[in-house]
Write a protein of this length. Structure first.
Length: 211
């Protein structure tokens, strides 16, 4: 699922081809006396170390008791009409994700609440929520897949860990505000904060320093 960089790039391929052709074309008689003729090299290894393995981070855990969603929703009448909800205040109160045109059921599936849904109705498990985000944010999704977007948060293991969109953006209030380190399933990961992390205090002027 995580993005794995190709291990052999165009450079390595070119080198491999060159090495394979030259020894084959060189006459065996030119080999120094007593030396064993070398078999043509067919493989060239890249001089640099392998790129680090990219590991997908854990999505932030669900709130206590909310998942599986079907525990409640399976037995409830299905109501797809946009309305004020008497439940899920936490999501409803912060909801500002294109809220003029979007609502809960643009992302959550009405029939099976335990999955997300794409615009074409295809179900997407919560562990692959980036596919949902990607259908409306194609540019960010492509950047993220190649490791360009999402690297601005320089955290421990930042080089190797492949954060999901929802590790940094709350899907219900997605503007980036900051992340906090959390532990989920025994592993360190990050979760989006809902309020802006305090900016660094500006340096104090001398007259402010006494207190
Ligand atoms: C843009 C897509 C999107 C929209 C719109 C959306 N959600 Fe979500 N919602 C998600 C995703 C993705 C997750 C899972 C996040 C994660 O993995 O941490 C989620 C998680 C949840 C959860 C679990 C939260 C928890 O505390 O564990 C609830 C409940 C929920 N959504 C309800 C709603 C309600 C109610 C609305 C409408 C007011 C809504 N969602 C609108 C994408 C969306
Ligand atoms: C404890 C019970 C309970 C659980 C668990 C629960 N819900 Fe709900 N949910 C409700 C109730 C009750 C409503 C209806 C509120 C209303 O009609 O005003 C609702 C409504 C919704 C709606 C609005 C659309 C609709 O079908 O009415 C969404 C979206 C939603 N829930 C998402 C989720 C998601 C996603 C999860 C799991 C992450 C979840 N819910 C888990 C009780 C629950
Ligand atoms: C159905 C289309 C749709 C989906 C799916 C969707 N978004 Fe969005 N998103 C939008 C729209 C529209 C806006 C612009 C909203 C606005 O400016 O009010 C937006 C805005 C944003 C922003 C910028 C917010 C800001 O205020 O600067 C972020 C970040 C974002 N989305 C992340 C996500 C993530 C993460 C997911 C997946 C969980 C996701 N989006 C899924 C439509 C979508
Ligand atoms: C490691 C954290 C991280 C991850 C993972 C991440 N983002 Fe972001 N995202 C950011 C930061 C930081 C910003 C910039 C916020 C700013 O400049 O105010 C941002 C900005 C955005 C914006 C607003 C861009 C704009 O031009 O205003 C969108 C949309 C967005 N991200 C979508 C996504 C989607 C979709 C994914 C997953 C495919 C994703 N992000 C994954 C950290 C992350």
């Amino acid at each position: 699922m995580g993005y794995v960089r190709p291990r052999i790039g165009p450079l390595a391929v070119t080198v491999a081809v060159a090495l394979a052709i030259v020894p084959a074309g060189a006459p065996a008689a030119e080999a120094a006396p007593g030396s064993t003729p070398k078999a043509p090299a067919v493989k060239a290894t890249r001089p640099e170390a392998k790129p680090p393995l990219l590991v997908q981070a854990e999505a932030p855990p669900f709130s206590e008791g909310i998942y599986p969603c079907s525990a409640c929703h399976a037995g409830m009448p299905k109501n797809g009409t946009r309305r004020e909800l008497v439940f899920h205040d936490e999501q409803q109160s912060i909801f500002d994700h294109g809220a003029d045109q979007r609502w809960c059921l643009d992302c959550h599936d009405l029939q099976n609440r335990d999955v997300l849904r794409l615009a074409n109705g295809a179900p997407v498990p919560f562990t692959e929520s980036y596919r949902l985000c990607g259908q409306c944010h194609g540019d960010k999704y492509r950047d993220w897949r190649v490791g360009v977007h999402g690297k601005r948060v320089g955290h421990w293991n930042g080089e190797k860990t492949y954060f999901l969109c929802v590790n940094c953006h709350n899907p219900h209030s997605p503007r980036f505000k900051g992340v906090q380190e959390i532990v989920s399933g025994g592993k360190k990961t990050v979760a989006p904060t809902l309020t802006y992390l305090k900016p660094e205090p500006r340096p104090k002027r001398p007259e402010e320093q006494r207190r």
